[in-house]
Design a protein around this ligand. Structure first.
Ligand code: SF4
Ligand code: SF4
Length: 229
């Protein structure tokens, strides 16, 4: 999701790499679950997030859409996000004790918080959102430890590739919408099916599979748009 604010407005003005120390550690969130409530449709999921959920809950993407996830439109692209429930708008995975019931399998955005990603030059670094976390006594932690993600370099490559892939798709959808043809709808259906509905093989590397799908998708979408012109 693109945000039209300056880095200075929402952060301490610094960009962080994996080995940097950052004041993000909120001490196991003791007694607080503020960022797991009232988040609307903002906890967007990428193919890895959905893959993790399908594995840990042993359910298909379509089944998760019935009660845990919802679809929304972000910059013209249909993407899944976590569902909030009840009048308090609690995340469906927040349990009675106010803890995350899927903690080892939580989405990338939840792993990051209160960090965010700042994309540039086909890559990204992290920034600290200074006004988001309720804990004002956070301590310093190494970024890589805070993110708590296996195969971190492969993960970073996937995150950057997915971001820039979606940016290309947004441009194509906007061009199609301006022309008034069906490409925007077809492209969104194609993306949902290719990256979220079609299961990934459990025995093979997720990152290898999703990279292959992105590469094929670029070619197939290129053919699709050429057919229209
Ligand atoms: S607002 Fe901060 S302390 Fe509260 S749950 Fe979120 S990360 Fe933890
Ligand atoms: S998945 Fe877990 S960490 Fe993320 S918003 Fe839901 S309860 Fe909170």
């Amino acid at each position: 999701m693109r945000r039209n604010v300056s880095l200075e407005e929402i952060s301490d003005g610094r960009l962080y790499d994996l080995n940097d120390m950052v004041k993000a550690d909120c001490g196991n969130c003791a007694g607080c679950s503020a960022c797991c409530q009232g988040m609307g449709d903002s906890i967007l999921l990428d193919p890895l997030d959905v893959y993790r959920l399908t594995l840990c809950l042993d359910r298909s993407f379509e089944s998760l859409l019935s009660d845990c996830l919802e679809l929304g439109v972000v910059d013209g692209i249909v993407l899944p996000h976590l569902k909030m429930t009840d009048k308090e708008e609690r995340c469906v995975f927040l349990n009675e004790e106010g803890r995350c019931s899927i903690h080892p399998h939580r989405p990338g955005i939840c792993r990051l918080f209160p960090l965010g990603r700042y994309y540039e030059n086909s890559s990204f670094r992290y920034f600290l959102q200074t006004g988001e976390c309720r804990n004002t006594n956070r301590t310093k932690v190494k970024v890589s430890k805070w993110i708590d993600t296996p195969q971190i370099r492969g993960n970073q490559k996937f995150i950057a590739d997915w971001h820039y892939f979606l940016k290309d798709m947004e441009d194509k959808v906007q061009e199609a919408a301006a022309r008034g043809d069906d490409l925007a709808k077809n492209l969104n259906l194609y993306l949902l099916n290719t990256f979220f509905v079609t299961p990934y093989e459990r025995e093979a590397s997720f990152y290898g599979q999703v990279a292959g799908r992105m590469s094929r998708a670029k070619q197939e979408i290129c053919n699709l748009t050429e057919d229209i012109h």
